[in-house]
Design a protein around this ligand. Structure first.
Ligand code: F6R
Length: 252
């Protein structure tokens, strides 16, 4: 990372490429866990996160980064998939992270459609120190699709047509993906002490610009993040492509 390639404002770090953005997010998660081994982490899935988990697993193997005292709460899960379905977020987390680090099984929490209130209660009891988010092309965070309200909590939601179109690729050929999911709500996410959102690739540029510079409205659920005092955005130059010139040329 060099001074010419990056700039940082209180809320936005733009890196030259996807790999650098993933590494920067992984470094921030590692710093959180090093500073507070008992950290409670809110975790996300999705393609954007694969490189982040890969980097964290590398730090666990090579640098002694330990998750032994940490706790995690995942953001969301599809409804109606059988246990062990390869496209479930539980499988994603196992494959990319949990199977390779030392976080105790009992410290891992995944939302279930039949236990939303219990999930909220467990989060409220522990408090999330650092919530990690990706962003959907329509501005969704977790599976809070456009229209989600500021007061929403963990619940079952309908997936938006754009999300169905984007995520069908994660399911085996010939299998139709679920139309519903369980997700932490906007209020659940905003209850975290700190939040970091990762956006990479051109396909996220419009959603990111609307979230950071458009109105704070349910139409772009990520815009609600601007109501939180400790939010950081980590993105690559492609995802930052539609941010205002003041922001994008701040390093010039
Ligand atoms: C996943 C999640 C979603 C994703 C978003 C981006 O747990 O909560 O909000 O972060 O759909 O997904 P990718 O990274 O696959 O583009």
């Amino acid at each position: 990372m060099t001074a010419e390639q990056t700039y940082e404002t209180p809320d936005c770090l733009i890196l030259p490429d996807r790999r650098a953005a993933e590494a920067a997010l992984a470094e921030r998660i590692a710093a959180q866990v090093c500073a507070k081994p008992h950290s409670v982490l809110g975790l996300a899935t999705g393609n954007s996160m694969i490189g982040v988990y890969h980097a964290l697993v590398g730090m666990h193997r090579n640098d002694g980064l330990s998750f032994a005292k940490a706790t995690s709460f995942n953001l969301d899960e599809y409804c109606g998939l059988l246990a062990g379905h390869p496209s479930s977020f539980a499988s994603f987390m196992r494959e990319h992270f949990f199977a390779h680090v030392d976080m105790p099984r009992d410290s891992v929490h995944l939302p279930r459609e039949d236990a939303c209130a219990e999930y909220e209660a467990a989060i409220a009891e522990k408090g999330i120190d650092l919530q990690i988010l990706g962003i959907g092309r329509n501005g969704h965070i977790g599976f809070n699709e456009p229209g989600a309200t500021l007061t929403s909590r963990t619940r079952v939601v309908d997936l938006a047509p754009e999300t169905l179109a984007a995520n069908q690729r994660d399911f085996p050929a010939g299998e139709t993906m679920p139309s519903h999911a369980v997700t932490m709500g906007i209020a659940t996410i905003l209850s975290a002490r700190k939040i970091l959102l990762l956006a990479t690739g051109e396909a996220k540029a419009k959603a990111l610009a609307d979230a950071l510079e458009g109105p704070i409205k349910p139409r772009n659920p990520a815009s609600f993040l601007r109501l939180h005092p400790k939010v950081g955005i980590v993105c690559d130059s492609e995802a930052a492509g539609l941010l205002s010139s003041t922001r994008t040329h701040a390093d010039a």
